[in-house]
Design a protein around this ligand. Sequence first.
Ligand code: ADP
Ligand code: MG
Ligand code: MG
Length: 893
Amino acid sequence: GTGTTTWVYDFSQGNRDQKDLLGGKGANLAEMTNLGLPVPPGFTITTDACRFYLEHGSTPPDLADQVTEHLTALEKAMGKTLGDPSDPLLVSVRSGAAASMPGMMETVLNVGLNDESVQGLAAQSGSDRFAWDSYRRLIQMFGKTVLDIDGEAFEEALDDAKREQGTDLDLDLDADHLRDVVGRFKEIVRAHTGRDFPQDPREQMDLAINAVFDSWNSPRAILYRRRERIPPDAGTAVNVCSMVFGNLGADSGTGVAFTRDPGSGAQGLYGDYLQNAQGEDVVAGIRNTVPLADLERIDRGAYDELLATMARLESHYRDLCDIEFTVERGKLWMLQTRVGKRTAAAAFVIATQLVDEGLIDMDEAVRRVSGDQLAQLMFPRFVSGGDATQLTQGMNASPGAAVGRAVFSSEAAVEWAQRGEKVVLVRRETNPDDLSGMIAAEGVLTSRGGKTSHAAVVARGMGKTCVCGAEELQVDTKAKRFTAPDGTVVSEGDVVSIDGSTGRVWLGEVPVEDSAVVRYFEGEIDPESADADDLVRSVHRILTHADAQRRLDVRTNADTPEDSARARRFGARGIGLCRTEHMFLGDRRQLVEKLILAEGDADRQAALDALEPLQKQDFLEIFEAMDGLPVTVRLLDPPLHEFLPDLTELSVRVAVAEAQGESDEGTLRLLAAVRRMHESNPMLGLRGVRLGLVVPGLFAMQVRAIAEAACERRAAGGDPRPEIMIPLVGAVQELEAIREESERVLADVSAAKGVEVDALIGTMIEVPRAALTADQIAQSAEFFSFGTNDLTQMTWGFSRDDVEAAFFHAYLDKGIFGVSPFESLDRPGVGRLVEIAVERGRSARPGLKLGVCGEHGGDPESVHFFHEVGLDYVSCSPFRVPVARLEAGRAAL
Ligand code: ADP
Ligand code: MG
Ligand code: MG
């Protein structure tokens, strides 16, 4: 009728595009159902219902009726009723949010079993053991997730039962033992909750549904969302799915699989299978799984059908899929699929494979990879050798090279990391409670579980190095140590190195080398040659396509010839920011001191004259490295006192000297100057253009050095393209004054050398006032370069050097922002100022060249923004150049 909301959808009613409403799991179960794949029937309760529940603290009033309607239909279709004593329908109640949150929320299996229906299940299946095993699983999962009982209590009771039978295998427990375990479990429930385990099947189901809703706000789910930037109010759907049983005996089992290798992208069969098992048994690492390929031997029919289904899913989704399946007495059932997580390397390789298979085009391939993934591929790799000793080799679960001190618990990982130590988290297996430790660690090492174990899946998602299933290691988390096969004992705090690409584990620190992708960017690997592997070839193809699509130019921030040359090899088309401050450091500090202490014009000029040839030499080399490409030189920006000694230190030095009767004139003058120049707020003080206006001849000297270097390069047949950039301008008058002076110097040098020097003169836009008066400033500026670091600092009033330590973590915790505005551009605030400046600047000077040179120039999200507002280029550090090229290409698609 009118005004009613549909809270529940049958699996046959949805499709994969309805993730927001049905959650990822529900949408894909629906998609598979409609593809005609063997999915156990069921229905999905929407995320709308969850949001209602979270907001009101109770389910929507009409939800129960809608659930009843769908349950009745399900019962009819299955020919069984929920919890029927003689032949029960059983269901699973499964969480499933729009964004994948593996293992973060709750699922309860075997709902509908009770003291009576367990008998019915036994009779129908012909297996007492199976029925009692299913019942004990229900009480265990229900107790833990619905009734909030510590899972340890059940684990211990189960361990006790096994110990009494002299075994440590679940499978050695027979029906009688399991009936006994059920008794103990029910006792635990009574002791912890003061009531009996609920016998009413519908009550079980309803409680489980609410528990799934509640699990949205479990601490680990909250932490995971924050880390993955998943909105906190999206809510989860709940899937009610009729049970199929992998624990019916040796002809049954359960497994997980990928349609390609999620580690490398290689084609083939990847997965784990466990006979006579249910649900989480595979990923929990409790028993050792067999490789999926073994299923061919175990059950040829199920195996063939599985392979055909996987191929079908891949071509349907046009991407790598991961799946959960169960074999019940030889019959294959699909329990889940989704486009699978993969490593950065696999993402590139798979994208181009799919192009070659005709499933996607190159535009789509570029969309399927990200700048963050490319950045990961540029991390260094281990070099063999060194004096570290290899301890063992586990499985290469998530690539990368991690070196750190071994820690054995999530808490320890967090604690050590907070002290600034790099750590490797070592566990027998991880579970969702280890998330904070995994985040804090450089890498994760486990002794159990395969490539689909919790550790492996979560580490890959986070781009964190992981070696799993290193079975030769005896991990003793209580004693905080592990023992290698050769008897070596590694204790908490010992340095280990783990290689997520090969699975190798060493004691000690292994040296690292450039990755193949970096060597390709360096020109050391020809992507067309036999030296290039699939990954290098894919990166080359994808970047070539991105370059052809992008509208943004990419420049680099570099102030040495080496960095300039490297950035150029990495694809930079010029320098967007050449800082000149480092040119005032080192040996030259003394000259700067002379400049500051100068008592008259002659003194000052002498100091400047001494600095100039040194500056010129710097520019010569940089112009040469960037021959034919623009080089934007920023005139001196930081406060001059940064080049002087620290006030306290110097005061102490003077006091000591005086006490010994040794104080000298020079030191005293220096101290006076330091005192005079001391500022309480140096970042808002005498710096940038203000220095140029206050210290006579300083900027003129820098411009002269630029002009003379350009003349000399030209005389030598080069093609220098200097651009002079004035920092921290807030008013056009500031810029005009410096511009006049600079033009005079350029003209002087041109006349003196008889060579025309062309240099654009422009400004940084990094003070909010400059953005707001950009139309005026543009009258005097041939280009703008947004200094988004300072612009962010001044727009928010955040001191960039202090906020990280002072309060950003609290801001991030409280969700005031999801990511630091210094990392990713704050669009509504700082971004709005950029937009205003672009619009006003171009209105005054249509050809105005616009770029950005803050850290944001290499941040993927921000690059998209700069594309959208119509900048001409982004500039970033040399290592971010390929990332910016890729993201600029993606932004243009
Ligand atoms: P997660 O999101 O943590 O993977 P799932 O809802 O997929 O949780 O379920 C947990 C486990 O139980 C998985 O191994 C899944 O395949 C299995 N499972 C879920 N529903 C059923 C069912 N109806 N029959 C058999 N196994 C199921
Ligand atoms: Mg699952
Ligand atoms: Mg600045």
